[in-house]
Write a protein of this length. Structure first.
Length: 101
């Protein structure tokens, strides 16, 4: 998808990052926009809050963040979903930190 975006925007300056949101240094006031499509549901509430602060700092004054994703309706629902995911990973010998659907 990143390559398709590059090809659709040959005359625009677009910095595409293919890395973990949590690991990538984003800097301060560097971006006009950030887009996340259905990937943040893999992270805990605490990880997301930390990331949102990091993204806010990385956006220029008039910058914006576009987020589309799945959202739990309550903390209990989110904890139950993560517990189910951990159990499935253990049953299938998938490492805890691997992101899977």
């Amino acid at each position: 998808m990143l390559q398709a975006l590059r090809e659709k925007s040959p005359n625009q300056t677009v910095r595409l990052i293919h890395d973990s949101y949590l690991d990538e240094p984003l800097g301060k006031a560097e971006f006009d926009a950030a887009v996340s499509v259905e990937s943040l549901h893999h992270y805990s509430k605490e990880e997301k809050l930390s990331l949102y602060r990091k993204l806010c700092a990385a956006l220029k004054k008039e910058g914006f963040f576009v987020l589309t994703d799945y959202f739990a309706q309550s903390d209990k629902q989110e904890l139950t979903a993560f517990a189910s995911l951990r159990a499935l990973k253990r049953a299938q010998n998938i490492p805890e930190n691997d992101l899977v659907h």
